[in-house]
Design a protein around this ligand. Structure first.
Ligand code: FAD
Length: 276
């Protein structure tokens, strides 16, 4: 499958052996797009961390590049160093470095406060071994005090040694264009790759969007709600909207596209086929 833009695909760690098997089929299907890498999320606070490393090892065993996400909130320096050394020993070369969010009730911030500290720590302890990806928020992080403040912290994180950034998903291409523009004016030269969330389920997407501060525009929200339980209509509309978004992002000069797959191949394949 030849695309004229590089792609990458994100998963979460499956919870069951059936889920693991299904994920390997998803990997196989998406490998047709020759992704730069696959990545797997990491649960701050402990619940799925081993699952992340197992998933990455399974994908790498199939001959593909795979990057674990690693969040630092609640962790000690010693623990993160142990993880980095393990990953290095396994030959992992890419990490998505995050602060993460502790589950409510898990007090104590640990020895790291922000992702920039994790990036600096990785560089200090492992030199240039890892390609470090970090998170970016074109519609701003929900806890940021102001857009200016959030951009300042993003620049700080890049300057700590990150190689590239992946954004939170969004459906407003202008937010991405403006964010990249502001970052360039602030001296960031590294790639800022848009995160793409295919649309397949209205209530789930509305819930996610409320939590992570991504805007689901009114016209999309109303249109999706109007389809009710008609899954086929939601899927078709979602495919059109997201493929058009990707086209616009490519026109704007996006260096690659990173898909939030939710462990399914079809929604991303639908969008990529529409792009082709
Ligand atoms: P940071 O970059 O540290 O920013 C967090 C907040 O702190 C921002 O509001 C920022 O403005 C502020 N800030 C930063 N530095 C300072 C400073 N020096 N002083 C004051 N304020 C500051 N979560 C997971 O748990 N697991 C995952 O696998 C995961 N993967 C993700 C992948 C991507 C591509 C994205 C976009 C998000 C992901 N997340 C994941 C969610 C992420 O962990 C949360 O959004 C979290 O709240 C912030 O993480 P961060 O790395 O962006 O934090």
């Amino acid at each position: 499958m030849s695309l004229n833009i590089p792609v990458s695909f994100e998963f979460f760690p499956p919870k069951t052996p059936e889920g693991e098997e299904k994920l390997m089929n998803t990997v196989k299907a998406l490998s047709a797009y020759k992704p730069e890498f696959f990545s797997c999320t990491y649960g701050a606070g402990g619940s799925t961390q081993n699952g992340t490393f197992t998933t990455i090892a399974n994908i790498r065993a199939q001959g593909f590049d795979a990057a674990p996400h690693l969040s630092c909130v609640g962790a000690t320096h010693d623990y993160i160093l142990e993880v980095l050394n393990d990953l290095k020993t396994q030959g992992v070369r890419r990490i998505v470095a995050l602060r993460g969010d502790l589950p409510s009730g898990m007090g104590g911030m640990g020895e790291f406060h922000y992702a920039s500290e994790l990036v600096a720590f990785i560089r200090e302890r492992t030199g240039d071994h890892f390609h470090i990806e970090v998170a970016a928020y074109p519609e701003y992080h929900p806890q940021s005090r102001s857009p200016v403040d959030d951009m300042k912290h993003f620049v700080q994180k890049m300057n700590a040694g990150a190689n590239s950034a992946i954004t939170q998903y969004f459906y407003n291409a202008d937010a991405y264009a403006r964010f990249v523009d502001d970052a360039r004016k602030a001296g960031v030269t590294a790639p800022i790759v848009p995160g793409i969330m295919p649309i397949t389920n209205y209530s789930q997407l509305a819930r996610f969007s409320d939590v992570c501060g991504a805007e689901l525009p009114r016209w999309i929200r109303l249109k999706l709600a109007s389809f009710g339980d008609d899954k086929a209509a939601i899927t078709l509309f979602g495919q059109e909207v997201v493929a058009q978004l990707c086209e616009r992002l490519i026109e704007l000069g996006a260096p690659a596209l990173h898909f939030y797959t939710l462990n399914q191949s079809k929604p991303s394949v639908d969008v990529l086929s529409a792009l082709n």
